[in-house]
Design a protein around this ligand. Structure first.
Ligand code: SAM
Ligand code: SF4
Length: 584
């Protein structure tokens, strides 16, 4: 069976998509390799949110073009947002690509891949392959006839930067994608105690800078029964931490037995009015009492009650508008729901927020943060609320005063970490079409560094506030220090013995270039092999508030036994990036 190399770019949503397609391909007999050059099929699951992520893919494809001249049977696939955004223009620019699949069509990957492999095999006899491999670079024949092997599945028009959102087939498309999530096969070896579960696809917000509504299509909420069943199956496979995923996860809302309109909005039934009480924070989408609707608060509560084996339930990404008290109450009342919110502000300036079409003001954002703290911040019982954010610097028209307002917001909110991005115009978005990218790159870079420096000081202070507390930590694998040491040992071993791979290498995991990186290698050595290296092994885990904790396992405990488990750890010291603790 062909060996597949799959590399994932971008966010957690892409990581989940990669897990789903790999599980589907594994079920069909494909095997995976962590080395691109040993693969028969190379797949890139791409991200279009920022230009930088796309540039990496273009350069990888450029490298593959050279390789394919030597290895014409190689099949190359581009999956995800870049495939959807660029459409067939991508193949014109990079003829090396055989398979192109948008994020709304990923369920079609096995069929298309099989077609591509078969077509290539029938066009290329074994002798031809050997002959080509032996031919010098400058004498290689034209292999353009192999273009007939190409397989494309996109939901939009696919023209550069102008892809359509899913239209009349919304429900059908959602159904077949639903099958992809439902077909997930999880074995105890597939995870280290944690897993993602999608609750909402797509987005309807149309923030002016953002390509997601174009590439991932209209918002569709998954049925709560499917989500709860998936959580149960994951729990049966040993998962103890589930992260629910959606672009605006708190706007989850499933109306039972109710049609979805073609633009993805739920049509209120005749004669039914949405409740709206002045001055009371509630879910504005929630129907009057007695209506058959599952809100986000309901969903959280149901998972908490029906799947107690999930010891930690968290969710990303929250949208600061319409985050009801009902959700905060459920988080407060359910001990296994994490007191952690990733709630991007994007800017601390009302002018910028308006230009970005975010739909809230700085005052409204801060009101939400204060309200969330009131409900959830309880350091006295070792359950503080931690916050994470995203900021875009250098959006069109951003002045020094706007930038200072964003710095003030960081000081006021005190995130435990904040992702700071330089604005990059994305083709087809409202900002790219209507606004001039007028902040020079040098200014963007300076503002980016300013905020990163400020956030480092804040993160350091937030981390230090945990010293002396005893926190529950889910053990994920080796610390980065150990990973580096393992790689050095591996290189040295390979040089001296000619062998590759040691007991410390990363196995079977798709590589990831995520800015929200959470993946750590887990091929942890046994207590015996750690002892033979004369140094205690350092492990890495995460707290309820998503802080990284580094610690050494107690003497005599096999580190492998701790993987995917919760270990109570006393925090002894801290830095901006990590806490250092001792298991108690
Ligand atoms: N749905 C989430 C929300 O609204 O908060 C964000 C999802 S987006 C995939 C992740 C982050 O990428 C955003 O929060 C934003 O900070 C950043 N981003 C999106 N488009 C961008 C662009 N054109 N330039 C720079 N950063 C961008
Ligand atoms: Fe993009 Fe805005 Fe939707 Fe987030 S809410 S995915 S930033 S359009």
């Amino acid at each position: 069976m062909p060996r597949v190399y799959l590399e994932t770019f971008g966010c957690q949503m892409n990581e989940l998509d990669s897990q789903l397609v790999s599980s589907q391909l594994r079920t069909l007999g494909y095997t995976f390799t962590p080395e691109s050059d040993q693969a028969d099929v190379v797949l890139y699951n791409t991200c279009s949110v920022r230009e930088h992520a796309e540039q990496k893919v273009w350069s990888r494809l450029g490298e593959l073009a050279l390789r394919k001249a030597r290895q014409p049977a190689l099949v190359v696939g581009v999956l995800g947002c870049m495939a959807e955004r660029e459409g067939e223009a991508l193949i014109k620019r990079m003829p090396v690509v055989d398979v192109l699949i948008g994020p709304a069509e990923l369920d079609k990957l096995p069929g298309l891949l099989d077609n591509a492999l078969r077509t290539r095999a029938s066009l290329l006899s074994d002798e031809t392959v050997q002959e080509l491999a032996a031919t010098p670079e400058d004498e290689k024949p034209d292999v353009s006839r192999l273009r007939s092997a190409r397989q494309v599945a996109l939901h939009g028009a696919g023209s550069h930067g102008t892809t359509n959102r899913r239209s009349s087939t919304l429900a059908a498309a959602a159904d077949s994608l639903e099958l992809l999530d439902l077909s997930r096969a999880t074995s105890p070896d597939d995870h280290q105690g944690s897993a993602y579960v999608r609750i909402t696809r797509g987005c309807n917000k149309f923030c002016t800078y953002c390509v997601v509504p174009f590439t991932r299509g209209a918002e569709v909420h998954r049925p709560p029964g499917h989500i709860i069943d998936e959580c149960k199956r994951l729990a049966d496979a040993g998962v103890i931490e589930v992260t629910l995923l959606g672009q605006t996860v708190n706007h989850y809302r499933f109306e039972h037995d109710h049609a979805v309109t073609i633009d993805g909005l739920i049509q209120p039934q005749k004669g039914r009015a949405y409740t709206h009480k002045q001055g009371v924070h509630h879910d504005p989408y929630k129907l009057a009492k007695g209506e058959d609707v599952t809100s986000f608060a309901d969903l959280l509560f149901q998972i908490h009650e029906q799947v107690p084996a999930i010891k930690r339930l968290r969710f990303v990404t929250s949208f600061p508008r319409s985050f009801g008290d009902d959700i905060l109450q459920v988080i407060r009342d359910c001990p296994r729901i994490c007191r952690y919110l990733h709630v991007p502000a994007q800017s601390g300036s009302d002018t910028m927020l308006k230009a970005m079409n975010r739909g809230y003001t700085v005052a409204e954002y801060l009101e939400f943060i204060d309200r969330a703290r009131q409900f959830l911040h309880q350091p006295e019982i070792d359950r503080p609320l931690t916050l994470a954010g995203d900021i875009i610097v250098g959006f069109p028209g951003e002045t020094d005063a706007d930038h200072q307002a964003t710095a003030d917001l960081l000081r006021r909110v005190r995130y435990k970490n904040c992702f700071i991005f330089k604005y990059s115009p994305r083709p087809g978005t409202i900002a790219e079409k209507n606004l001039v990218d007028d902040v020079p790159d040098e200014v963007k870079r300076r503002r980016n560094n300013d905020l990163l420096n400020l956030q480092t000081v804040i993160s350091d202070e937030v981390s230090r506030s945990f010293v002396g507390q005893t926190l529950e930590v889910i053990v994920q694998g080796l610390s980065r220090r150990e990973q580096k040491a393992a790689r050095r040992a591996e290189t040295a071993g390979a040089c001296s013995t000619g062998a590759s791979g040691t007991s410390l290498t990363i196995h079977g995991k798709p590589a990831s270039a995520s800015e929200h990186e959470t993946t750590v290698p887990t091929d942890v050595p046994s207590a015996d092999s750690a002892a033979s290296r004369h140094a205690p092994v350092q492990l890495q885990g995460r707290t309820e508030g998503d802080l990284i904790v580094l610690f050494e396992p107690p003497v005599g405990v096999d580190p492998r036994d701790l993987l995917g488990r919760i270990v109570r750890t006393r925090i002894e010291s801290a830095s901006a990036l990590s806490l250092f603790g001792t298991p108690v």
